[in-house]
Design a protein around this ligand. Structure first.
Ligand SMILES: [Zn+2]
Ligand SMILES: [Zn+2]
Length: 289
């Protein structure tokens, strides 16, 4: 069994946003303004990921960290290059070469919004070297109803890839009379020793986090071949594995804050998705069997 359990790692929880645009590309808010909003909403860090551009802006607050990144656009692919110090020219590079170059520069990459991008899982399965995909993208949900890419994610996991699933805002600060703002709608809870760039990035790269649009996970452990998980009051807990394995534990009419699942051994992987009454969710990373 292979699982980096953030709940048994020493350290503190830090709330962060992975995918953020500013007026340096197509965002509505300046770096200064967007940091202020995230900090006021209880976040501890964010990555700047303007399109094909690095935003050089350091947080003025000692309790809020900013980390540099880029969103590269190539064909239908949008790729987050995170913890990147310098931009590079992608004109003559393939998608795989962009991912390789991000790794050479000591950054790490995530494939953005597969559903919104009309990517098929076989497109993603032709690539390697990325650490995960966005399984929830808030701006794609709020603007087009195309936020969830969990079917892509399961198809990729079923093919034996060991990658993580990320919930991101893709914050642009765009909204109107008929569209909700895309800021502060999702987050990552990262367990790390301290709020320093290398500690946060190491924890993300090693899977010591979970993703959320509002549900908080309080504890999770594996004991006597059972997964035991507790969380803020919710309606459904899905233990999701390969093909027909896994099961839903439902509170039906009443809310529950605990669920357990006995591992059968045929699941290949098990990831947990929790949904509350308002359709807010939390997603753990997969436990690989
Ligand atoms: Zn994008
Ligand atoms: Zn974006």
């Amino acid at each position: 069994m292979e699982f980096q359990n953030p709940f048994s790692k020493e350290g503190k929880w830090f709330k962060g946003a992975l995918h953020t645009h500013t007026t340096n590309s197509d965002g509505a808010l300046s770096p200064e303004e967007i940091i202020k909003i995230y900090r006021e909403n209880g976040y501890d860090f964010l990555f700047f990921t303007d399109h094909n551009k690095i935003t050089e802006y350091k947080s003025p607050y000692s309790d809020f960290l900013t980390i540099k990144g880029v969103e590269f656009n190539k064909e239908n692919f949008h790729i987050l290059g995170l913890d990147l110090e310098e931009i590079f020219d992608t004109k003559n590079l393939s998608v795989q070469e962009i991912i390789d170059k991000i790794n050479e520069c000591n950054g790490f990459s995530i494939i953005c919004h597969p559903y919104w991008s009309a990517l098929k899982s076989q497109h993603i399965l032709s690539l390697s070297g990325f650490i995960g995909i966005e399984i929830y993208n808030n701006t794609c949900e709020k603007s087009r109803g195309k936020g969830y890419s969990t079917v892509h994610y399961d198809e990729i996991l079923e093919n034996g890839y060991k990658i993580y699933g990320f919930a991101v805002d893709d914050a642009h600060g765009h909204y109107d009379e008929y569209r909700e703002n895309d800021i502060c709608g999702s987050f990552l809870m990262v367990k790390a020793k301290s709020l320093e760039k290398d500690e946060i990035c190491d924890s993300i790269k090693n899977g010591f986090f979970y993703s959320s649009t509002g549900v908080l996970i309080q504890n999770m452990r594996i004991e006597n071949n059972k997964i035991k998980i507790s969380f803020t009051p919710s309606i459904n807990v899905d233990f999701i594995g390969y093909n027909a394995t896994g099961r839903r534990i439902s509170g039906k009419e009443k809310e529950i804050d605990y669920a357990e699942y006995e591992i059968k051994g045929t699941e290949k992987y098990i990831r947990i998705e929790i949904t509350d009454r308002e359709n807010k969710k939390a997603w753990t990373n997969p436990i690989f069997l």
